[in-house]
Design a protein around this ligand. Structure first.
Ligand SMILES: [Zn+2]
Length: 549
């Protein structure tokens, strides 16, 4: 038994009475909350006295690509703005990174989403500029996860020439090769990263990368449960092995990407034949299926109810048909898996919800369907009416308000200024919203810090410093709930996680002061100094960090 003591406990989901100062944990569960003076009654227990700390529930990030982040940060050059502010900064960063590579090895740069807006030149680096870095070595510069710039050598290796026809679909959307007015290749490709022969770590390197990455990107910020959009079976099995060794610092709820992690719906349904799991579900479990119904705004492939600026007639397309959706839904319901559909655009959401309504609704409990990115851009309340009719769970990403909230209008004109992250309105309508990082290739540095995401909800300030619809600002308490209890609800786990209460899983964090008395800017950079996940101390800055000596 352990007793964790602080100055106060913010339990979430109950009135703040400030009556408790401690939490008693047995195994991986909370058994009760106590006052400081009652600690004597727990004589045999291990006492973790955190002094003046405020204790909160561990954060839940319901949509993250942790394996991707761990993989790509492993052998990739960081080219993100604002540190790389110009094309020549990018070239310098790539050149500096080249030194660690062997002859002929791919040089992969990672830039942030909307990189063409964030560089001083207000455009992506060109094929010729990447050729200036190297002509003999393949180079891929990823601007987020949908758009990539290749140099000549990379195009050659990928087999992309003047006559190349991209396949109809990739796992992320509709692949595209961008040509200039003369039909020549520009080096820019969209939705094609999964089709490139990019280098990948071997199994030992991957396990190390995942172990280090989870600690660095999640545990350090107090994330104790991750809704993981999986990448590979090998990655999932690495997480299982870490859990088995007592080294997995967060609970994983895994969505199988299909086609992606597994090739077909049949395989997802019968995942036990394809993925070897040995640890209990509270540590790691296969939660559901991830599908893509449209692309992203930056690639002008989100399916919207308007046209993209400068592209009359172009409004994005929907990647599958109603027969596929119906089949997927039936199969997942049968196997108790939850579907999470990526639908960025309002037209994709409308279409999905109409289809789901026809099928008979989005399901209940742990298998209730989620729509990823619903709530980020909501130009018309009609779309939210459709969510309600279908019964789906909207899963918005507050951090995108910072990352690209101000750029919607660049792509969609006036349409893109209507209903950006209307969280206050949605809460008033009774929606339970969750926060999540959607951390992937090229996310902002702070993306996986839930306190940063909370800051986004409170302050609503975008990358350039402008404010977006501040009448939609949330209080700290509202935003905290999105990242804890209501995030647990999106995973169907609100009875088990997301707040501090007797019987719940012991996922706890402690910060030095009380965030309720801090300004949003102070909250933005907050980091817990103590993190407990499933009753196990995974970060304790008073000692050394978990798993890292
Ligand atoms: Zn995602």
């Amino acid at each position: 038994m352990k007793v964790i003591l602080g100055k106060n406990v913010i339990p979430v989901g109950q009135a703040y009475s400030d009556q408790w100062q401690g939490v008693v944990v047995d195994g991986h569960r909370i058994i009760r909350m106590i006052r400081r003076e009652d600690v004597g009654a727990f004589d045999g227990a291990e006492l973790i006295d955190l002094g003046d700390a405020t204790i909160l529930p561990g954060f839940i990030d319901v949509h993250a690509h942790s394996e991707v982040v761990c993989r790509t940060s492993y052998k990739t050059i960081d080219c993100r703005a604002p540190e790389c502010g110009t094309v020549s900064d990018v070239q310098d960063a790539l050149r500096a990174g080249e030194g660690d590579l062997e002859k002929g090895e791919w040089l992969v740069g990672q830039a942030n989403l909307f990189f063409d807006r964030k560089l001083a030149e207000r455009r992506l680096p060109t094929l010729a500029e990447l050729d200036q870095v190297s002509k003999d070595r393949p180079i891929a510069l990823r601007a987020g996860g949908h758009i990539t710039v290749l140099n000549t050598k990379a195009l050659e290796i990928a087999g992309i020439d003047r006559n190349f026809r991209p396949p109809e679909h990739s796992v992320t959307g509709t692949p595209e090769v961008i040509r200039d007015e003369n039909g020549e290749l520009t080096g820019v490709i969209k939705e094609m990263d999964s089709l490139l022969p990019l280098p990948s770590p071997d199994s030992r390197q991957l396990k190390d990368a995942i172990k280090e990455g989870l600690q660095k990107y999640f545990t350090d910020y107090g994330v104790t449960t991750i809704g993981e959009i999986s990448e590979t079976v090998a990655g999932i099995e690495c997480m299982n092995d870490l859990a088995e060794a007592g080294e997995l610092p967060a609970s994983m709820r895994i969505y199988l990407w299909s086609p992606g992690t597994l090739e077909s719906l049949e395989r997802v349904k019968n995942w036990r034949d394809h993925i070897r799991l040995t640890v209990p579900e509270w540590q790691l479990r296969i939660q559901g299926l991830k599908l893509f119904s449209d692309g992203g705004f930056s690639a002008k492939s989100a399916a919207v109810n308007c046209c993209y600026v400068g592209h009359p007639g172009r409004s994005g397309s929907i990647a599958f048909d109603k027969y596929f959706l119906r089949r997927a839904f039936m199969m997942m319901q049968e196997s108790g898996l939850q579907i999470a559909v990526h639908a960025n655009g309002d037209r994709a959401q409308d279409w999905l919800c109409d289809m789901v309504h026809k099928i008979g609704g989005a399901g209940t409990g742990r298998s209730r369907m989620r729509i990823e990115h619903a709530g980020n851009l909501l130009p018309s309340s009609r779309t939210a009416d459709k969510w309600a009719r279908a019964g789906i769970i909207p899963v918005p990403q507050p951090v995108f308000l910072y990352t690209f909230g101000e750029y919607f209008s660049d792509y969609l004109g006036e349409y893109g200024t209507r209903g950006r992250f209307p969280f206050k309105t949605l809460l008033k309508q009774g929606w339970r919203l969750s926060g999540s990082s959607d951390v992937w290739i090229g996310s902002e540095r702070e993306a996986t810090n839930p306190f940063f995401s909370i800051w986004c909800c409170m302050k609503r300030q975008a990358y350039s410093g402008i404010y977006i619809d501040t009448d939609e600002s949330l209080s700290f308490e509202e935003a905290l709930r999105m990242h804890t209890l209501d995030a647990a609800a999106a995973l169907g786990e609100e009875d088990d996680r997301g707040s501090i209460a007797a019987g719940k899983v012991a996922d706890l964090i402690a910060v030095k002061d009380d965030p309720r008395t801090m300004t949003p800017d102070e909250i933005r950079t907050l980091k817990p100094f103590f993190v407990m996940s499933n009753g196990m101390t995974v970060k304790d800055d008073r000692k050394t960090s978990f798993g890292v000596n």
